[in-house]
Design a protein around this ligand. Sequence first.
Ligand code: DQA
Length: 145
Amino acid sequence: MRVLVLNGPNLNRLGVREPDVYGHETFADLAAECAKVGAELGLEVDVRQTNDEAELIQWLHEAADLETPVALNPAAFTHYSYALRDACAMLTAPLIEVHLSNPAAREEFRHTSVVAGVATGTIAGFGFDSYRLALRAIAGLTAPR
Ligand code: DQA
């Protein structure tokens, strides 16, 4: 089963970006970890990051067309991008919203997610484990029964 792990703006700066909030590991570390955990779960994981809202929406269209499950960290787009939400609403396979930090415990503007209402579920606040848990959720939701 193919899975897209999509990441929004500034996540390419992991490791140097506010390390007290996001930790010292880099985006390359995160991508490697997702590939490893995915392989253990029998998933073929394709990890991508962009700072461009249009590109992220294009990837969601691809996921909609191919019925691919998605783990999505929309980063700051979480809080205001209705275009991203509309793209997420087209998905038919599971969509897990992922955050490294716990936005509910941070600034007020982070308390709103425009994506949460069209996601299968949300995992937030566990650092890289948020992604590991999201991949486990996708493996469980897509397992043949
Ligand atoms: C984030 C939380 C967002 O509020 C923030 O804008 C990010 C990262 C997280 O993973 O904790 O860029 O999505």
